[in-house]
Design a protein around this ligand. Structure first.
Ligand code: AMP
Ligand code: ZN
Length: 470
């Protein structure tokens, strides 16, 4: 079996990975908070986890992946109160959009998508066991808090400085900074707006609702056991979310919660983290509207290593659209070919060797993408020679399918309206070139040509958008 190496945030080092039982990788991936459709930054994280999942399979392991859906939290309750509805009325349609968007991006199904609201008894049991061990207490405000000062090594994952720990001081929100490391809420006493939104449950400490961190610990241990192989998320989850998950879980079980911690870097727009509160978000709906295929977006994401920041830009997406067009042309040619050459077989062997070496080396997808394009160049030259070696052709098809089985960057064949889209994209690129040359007469002529086909174009800070005019 191939040796897979992964960067472990806990040790800050790349380590050899194998599942504890040698067969099935048990993976927990923190999922979306379902009050708004997930944005492309969230999906960058989910694509990194899709890559991990597929590489684990490539390495010969089975995968048991759990992705939670956070369907009760401060933001969801606030939205429900604004609209005078229950949290379920906010979250249910968003869960559907999430799965549609995820499938659009070819993100493979996890084995489980547990919802927080359906695991309240497990959460209460976890709080109870922390109470019994003296690691939790009910405060005057009625809420139950985790006593960070009583848990040895609190903040181990983020390497929190012991001086930063403010045991006894309490924080009720789910999100706070390292400078504000305090006792955090496990169970929040219900307020009237929680009751109004159907976000309150009975517990031994009165009506209330779970804290965000508690949700993940309870659901992770329910489906994966006390110790899982890999826990994932984006870098913003290291503190407090994952440190708090460790404290709650290990506080209750006394054994290691996750053997590996893997974190992906952010997607940025114009240098800033893509985030709902900054208001610079783009979604899968935007990709669809602008005719950016799943293949192109995957190519864009996988062209940068998951531990490096990635900037979303029109130019980068255009380059990916062009790149995957070449992949599709090649895939069609390989499918139609009737034979190969010994050189084709050699190129196929090199592809498998280089792409696997890259992917098993801490998921180096950009190097695997590079190996695929090298293969396409070499294979095209070999196919030009019109050989008749059936084994070589089979080897080339298998190698291509094996690597593309991880990257999944062949766009669907164009439909009639996709052909129009391709034409518009090509004309817009020509217009952009003309403008860059300050040849405004040609640029204007191209605009007229595009509009004559019933298409409206609009220039904005993110480049040019177009749509069919009524
Ligand atoms: P949320 O829906 O806010 O709970 O986030 C879902 C996942 O997306 C979490 O793993 C976040 O850390 C991650 N995430 C949020 N913003 C970004 C971003 N700009 N780039 C990459 N991942 C992100
Ligand atoms: Zn989580």
């Amino acid at each position: 079996m191939a040796t897979l190496r992964l960067y472990n945030t806990m040790s800050r080092a790349v380590e050899e990975f194998a599942p504890a039982d040698g067969r099935t990788a048990r993976v927990y991936t923190c999922g979306p908070t379902v009050y708004n459709p997930a944005h492309l930054g969230n999906f960058r994280s989910f694509l990194f986890e899709d890559l991990l999942r597929r590489v684990l399979r490539l390495a010969g392991y089975d995968v048991l992946q759990v992705m939670n859906l956070t369907d009760v939290d401060d933001k969801i309750i606030k939205r429900a109160a604004e609209r005078g509805v229950t949290i379920g009325e906010i979250t249910e349609p968003v869960v559907e959009v999430f799965h549609d968007d995820r499938k659009f991006l070819r993100i493979q199904d996890a084995e489980q998508y547990p919802k927080a609201t359906q695991h309240i008894p497990e959460m209460i049991a976890l709080v109870q066991s922390l109470m019994e061990r003296g690691l939790a207490y009910q405060a005057e405000d009625g809420s139950v808090y985790f006593a960070i000062g009583k848990f040895d090594g609190y903040g181990r994952l983020s390497r929190l400085d012991a001086r930063e720990i403010r045991a006894g001081a309490r924080v009720a929100h789910d999100d706070y900074t390292k400078e504000n490391a305090q006792d955090f809420a496990l169970w929040k006493a219900a307020k009237p707006e929680d009751e109004a939104a159907a976000a309150a449950w009975d517990s031994p400490w009165g009506r209330g609702r779970p804290g965000w961190h508690l949700e993940c610990s309870a659901m992770a241990m329910k489906y994966l056991g006390k110790t899982m192989d890999i826990h994932c998320g984006a870098v913003d989850l290291v503190f407090p979310h994952h440190d708090d998950e460790i404290a709650q879980s290990e506080g209750a079980t006394g054994v290691e919660f996750a053997r590996f911690w893997c974190h992906g870097e952010f997607l940025l727009t114009e240098g800033a983290k893509m985030a709902k509160r900054i208001g610079n978000v783009a979604t899968v709906a935007d990709l669809r509207e602008q005719n950016v295929s799943a293949a192109a977006f995957r190519h864009f994401v996988f062209s940068t290593h998951y531990r490096k920041q990635l900037n979303l830009s029109g130019d980068a997406l255009e380059a990916s659209i062009e790149g995957v067009r070449r992949v599709r042309d090649f895939a069609e040619r390989l499918e139609a070919a009737s034979g190969g050459t010994p050189g084709l077989a050699g190129a196929a062997a090199d592809l498998v060797r280089d792409a696997e070496a890259a992917l098993f080396d801490d998921l180096n997808a950009p190097a695997a993408v590079g190996a695929l394009f090298t293969f396409i160049r070499r294979a095209n030259a070999e196919l030009d020679r019109r050989g008749d070696d059936a084994d070589a052709l089979r080897a080339a098809r298998e190698a291509f399918a094996r690597v593309n089985g991880v990257l999944d960057i062949v766009p669907d064949a164009p439909r009639a309206d996709d052909e129009l889209a391709a034409w518009v994209d090509e004309r817009l690129a020509a217009r952009k070139d003309a403008r860059a040359r300050r040849d405004f007469a040609s640029a204007d002529a191209i605009r007229v040509e595009i509009e004559a086909r019933g298409i409206a174009i609009e220039d904005g800070p993110w480049g040019t958008r177009w749509k069919l005019a009524r």
